[in-house]
Design a binder for this molecule. Structure first.
Ligand SMILES: Nc1ncnc2c1ncn2[C@@H]1O[C@H](COP(=O)(O)OP(=O)(O)O)[C@@H](O)[C@H]1O
Ligand SMILES: [Mg+2]
Length: 311
């Protein structure tokens, strides 16, 4: 019997998702959306990869098998595996695989100081921030971020972990000295009080905000992360907010970004960009097909790369 399935398969482009588990909501949704749009799919666990380095001949092995012929790849790198994840993304870049978020953009977004420096330099509004490294009067540091209460943040944190609020100079001082003793770098930041435990998450894909929600912290909490028990509701963003999110993503070079913004009395202030944003909360709050929008961007990227190769 002739098996046309095999012939068809050979023609399908392969889309890889770099993810620890197929069962994670966002990974699962991306796989579904990719299959629905005619991609072959595979999931690559960055912790199961061997990288072979040789002049002019990079190779990548996943679970002992060589990875070849990917049309496009989507890195979904968790914060706990950033270093290893970036090594694999760079190897795929060396192999010429188009990446929906490249390694340098991911690295920039993972470091809150680097990201804020670049955003500020490009004129994107951010909450006033000080990198405190010891020395100087705490009173002065606090004054530089507009007084108390003040926010303190670890440079590499996510899901609200490592974000604190201090209501007195003594509190600022004790948090700073504890973290310095632990060898941690810390940012002191203006508390945007008028946002009142709320923030906006805008999901940028390519040149568009494909969905947005307003998140509200649960009672007694100032962090609105859904992982901290925050609530989400779909939001129509004013043009100014969309523009700030798009500009921020462009500055960091991210094609897919979850941009967190505070609603300050003087307009949007960008807090951070997430380069592998989870979108379960956003799909549930808005009913939008976020996975589909991401896969369509991946398809455009793959198509563009194919055309460039043909030239
Ligand atoms: N400067 C600030 N002013 C007011 N609220 C803030 C500020 N910075 C952070 N928050 C609150 O804390 C949450 C987590 O901060 P964020 O910088 O996004 O870190 P994470 O990477 O942990 O999500 C934000 O979603 C927001 O609700
Ligand atoms: Mg955040």
């Amino acid at each position: 019997m002739v098996r046309p399935r095999k012939v068809r398969r050979l023609r399908l482009a392969t889309l890889a998702i770099l993810s620890r588990k197929k069962s994670l909501y966002s990974t699962r949704r991306l796989l579904e959306a990719a299959k629905a749009r005619g991609f072959r799919t595979r999931v690559i666990d960055v912790l199961r990869c061997n990288l072979v380095l040789e002049s002019g001949n990079p190779r990548l092995f996943h679970k002992g098998k060589e990875v070849r012929g990917l049309a496009v790849a989507l890195p979904r790198i968790g914060a706990s595996v950033t270093t290893v994840g970036l090594q694999v993304v760079r190897q795929l870049e060396a192999l010429g695989v188009p990446m929906l978020n490249g390694a340098s953009a991911i690295a920039r977004s993972r470091d809150k100081l680097t990201a804020l420096q670049q955003l500020a330099a490009s004129g994107v509004k951010i909450p006033r921030t000080v990198l405190a490294r010891g020395g100087g009067d705490v009173k002065e540091l606090v004054a530089q971020v507009g007084g108390l209460p003040a926010i303190l943040k670890l440079i590499q944190g996510t899901q609200g972990v490592g974000v604190m609020i201090a209501h007195s100079e003594a509190e600022v001082e004790s948090i700073l000295s504890t973290l310095w003793d632990l060898g941690q770098e810390i940012l002191l930041q203006e508390y945007v009080s008028e946002s009142g435990g709320r923030d906006v998450r805008a999901l940028v894909v390519g040149e568009r905000v494909v969905g947005a929600m307003r998140r509200e912290a649960r009672k007694g909490e100032f962090r609105s992360n859904l992982h901290r028990g925050g609530f989400a509701a779909a939001a129509e963003l004013p043009r100014e907010y969309e523009e700030a999110a798009l500009r921020a993503a462009r500055v960091l070079g991210l094609s897919v970004a979850g941009v967190d913004l505070l609603e300050s009395s003087s307009g949007p202030k960008v807090m951070e960009l997430n380069s592998s944003p989870g979108f379960e909360g956003l799909e549930k709050a808005t009913g939008l097909d976020i996975a589909g929008a991401i896969i369509e961007e991946a398809a455009r990227l793959a198509e563009g790369a194919k055309r460039a190769m043909a030239l």
